[in-house]
Design a binder for this molecule. Structure first.
Ligand SMILES: Nc1nc2c(c(=O)[nH]1)N[C@H]1C(S)=C(S)[C@@H](COP(=O)(O)O)O[C@H]1N2
Ligand SMILES: [Mo]
Length: 262
């Protein structure tokens, strides 16, 4: 444990040495915050990834790179589940998602149930970004959707909420309790980040089934597995205790990092 702390301190000092004078003062403050007994320090030690700690303190609002139309050189590659064979999904699809609703539940003042039209009528954002999968491939594509922050504002998030959990419609696994549908989560900093959108459009067309129709998350500063497709419900929580294995996502419960910053 002592060794770990030393390594982390060294890393942070190194990270600060390479930055501008403006950020150096931030680094002084950072060191000060790391004194034993400081509340921030115990929070940091509870977080599960160094990138996460550094990003949250030094680059909360940094934007992921955006590209131009000319950079879109191939179709978006589908991955993971690409054709949910769940009956409930197939019947929603057969009706062009007219009966689909996005539920917003948990630690909110106003639980929501939004139709696709309601979501499409909200202000939108279009961004051309690079999707990086943990398997080692990347694709640049254009995504259109509603900023997640607007949906959270409509639902009025309670102060004790810390994470948004995404509940999906596709079965990714089966265990002793039955079908396991894909699930994942992000914190409220990423949830309110300007590039975090609930996307219904891909490369100028409606989002295809293989890429997550009718609605999928785009969380541009993290790897692909942090962007759940086939959304059906957003749940505001203060911990992952009630979310299956307790680590905040399907792949996380298999041992992947919860924070997959790029
Ligand atoms: N519901 C759901 N979301 C998911 C997955 C999945 O299997 N099911 N796979 C994840 C992974 S690993 C990646 S790389 C991206 C793939 O998105 P794409 O099909 O648009 O390429 O979706 C992510 N979100
Ligand atoms: Mo992935």
């Amino acid at each position: 444990m002592g060794g770990f702390k030393l390594t982390r301190r060294k890393f942070l000092t190194g990270a600060c040495a390479g930055t501008s004078g403006l950020l150096l003062s931030g680094c002084d403050a950072f060191d000060d915050h790391l004194r034993v007994g400081n509340g921030l320090r115990s929070f940091l030690e509870g977080a599960n990834d160094l990138t996460y700690r550094v990003q949250r303190l030094l680059a909360r609002d940094a934007l992921a790179p955006e590209f131009t139309e000319a950079d879109i050189r191939q179709p978006m590659r589908p991955n993971g589940v690409t054709a949910p064979d769940d009956d409930s999904y197939k019947s929603l699809l057969a009706n062009n998602f007219a009966d689909w609703r996005l539920e917003v539940t948990g630690m909110v003042e106003k639980p929501l149930s939004l139709s696709l039209d309601q979501i499409r009528n909200m202000p939108s954002r279009t961004q051309i970004t690079r999707h990086d999968c943990v398997e080692g491939w990347s694709v640049i594509a254009k995504w259109t959707g509603t900023p997640l922050s607007l949906v959270l504002d409509l639902a009025v998030v309670r102060p004790e909420a810390r994470y948004v959990v995404f509940h999906c419609m596709d079965t990714i696994d089966r265990d002793q309790s039955g079908d396991v549908k894909y699930y994942g989560s992000i914190d409220l900093v990423d949830a309110r980040h300007p590039q975090t959108i609930l996307a219904y459009g891909l490369n100028g067309r409606p989002l295809p089934v293989e890429n997550g129709a009718p609605l999928r998350a785009r969380v541009e500063r993290q790897l692909g597995y942090k962007m759940p497709k086939y959304l059906r419900r957003l749940e505001l929580v203060s911990s992952f205790a009630t979310i299956r294995g307790g680590r905040g996502g399907f792949w996380e419960d298999y041992g992947y990092d919860w924070y997959a910053g790029i």
